[in-house]
Design a protein around this ligand. Sequence first.
Ligand SMILES: [Zn+2]
Length: 474
Amino acid sequence: MAQAVKTHRSEIENRPGLVGWYDATRVLYNQVVMFYFDLYQAHPGLLGLNQKDALTQAEKLTHRTKENPTPLWPLDKAIDADIPTMVRRAAINAARGAFQSFRSTFKRWQKQKAKFEAKGKRFHPRPPVPPRTFNFNLPFYKKMYKERTDSSIMVRLYSGSSWQWVKLRLKGTTLPLGWEPGSPIITRHRGRLRLHTPLEKPVQKPVKALEQVAHNPQLRVCAVDLNLGDALAVCTILQADGTEVATRFMRGGQELHARRRRLLGKVAVKRSQSGILTEGEVDNVKLWQKIQAIDEYEAHRVSRRIVEFAQAYGATILIFEHLDNLKPQKGRYSQRGNEKRAYWLKGKIVKFARYKAWEQGILTSRVSPAFTSQDCSACGHRPVARYATGEAPLEYRPGGPLYLCPNCLMHGNADHNAALNIGFRFFHRSFRYLSESLSSKGPGVPVVNPIVRQQFAGWQDRRNGLALPSFFLA
Ligand SMILES: [Zn+2]
């Protein structure tokens, strides 16, 4: 069994004094974290214990009880406030994480230094220093919250002098069914408080991609080409013999770009009206929020549709390209900004699709983006001609919506061609790895089912021009 994880967010209705209590709680909590971070620095051996034993040990060293009247590092001497057990434990765990990450940074620095000095070079960077303050949000462990309903929750907050039960009114969607909620935290986002709840759900652990390729003659994958144009995603369901089961274009890019460009134009106008801005200043929060919100919405919409499409056709692996680097374009502010955001959107779609797919037992894999839009998906010829309607298909023009292969005369939509190449590349890489590792690595590598190998070999022959392209046979 594996775990699917995500976060549920709801707004907390503001009321007088609430933000003050939230701040007081946070300040106190981070003092406790700092106290335990220092303990970890003095007793780095605690890292050698597992989290549970380290917690017991840290409590023994710091927490005064009847059985333990004189701890070595009394917490009540260091901090003059009552610290509930669950706050103390949360702080010990947070301090452990912080110390772990500090120590690995430090070790990396030491290693680099040793490497430089071994070569007789001087090493300039200073050693990393431990953090002087922390900025953690208090997770509400059990006993720190109660009576959670869809519209409210009781939490314990620090008022500045004592811990009190406070009722928070929640707005937004309810917790989804079938998910196990973990310890919620309160965050502050642009002056508003929100409740974030981590959610967990056990899911069937999917079979590794390589094993699926090696063993399953009926395997279907969903190859996805992401674009900056109107068709944000082009998805094709493929089998190992090159059979194209279905293809879908997920459009809406043009409308999105137009909306975004209008908003970016407004930002530019406001900028020119208000004169030069100091660096780092957010000039128009509302507009930026709007732009962010439409991008986020679109990424969720497209990624959801990709996963639904894959599911509908029984595909068990999603294939994306690795994103190539963003090449900055010339042009007006709104154009440049728009391109940058369209590029980020691709990354978001992959990220969202990955976790949505995982929840459904679908894996995500990525292949190299080199030449996926220049190769002919039927015969492997490079480069194909790309052109727009009404143009002569003479040469490779990046961004042209149509393609024509001068070798086998295959033609059609250029993004569709790219999606087919992405799918082929995945199978090609898998089989190469499977055959290489068979000879070099021996046991542990899945043995390829002969039918599967034969299926792919046929596709590969067509791609290499060793056999007639499939459409000639039709
Ligand atoms: Zn061709």
